[in-house]
Write a protein of this length. Structure first.
Length: 60
């Protein structure tokens, strides 16, 4: 995954979490903000835990 793709996914994840938190502060229903927070955490976690595999041509 390229650095720009990681950055884009990280930004989308953070914005998703922030929108979910905003809905929590506005006392929205649970079903309205849960998916935003959950997907944001998944996106941020996937970026932070993703490890690049070495390309076969780099091994020689």
């Amino acid at each position: 995954m390229t650095k720009s793709a990681k950055t884009l996914i990280l930004i989308i994840g953070i914005l998703s979490i922030l929108s979910g938190v905003y809905l929590v502060t506005r006392q929205a229903e649970f079903s309205e903000y849960f998916s935003g927070i959950f997907l944001g955490i998944v996106l941020v976690g996937s970026v932070l835990l993703y490890k690049d595999k070495p390309h076969p041509s780099d091994l020689t």
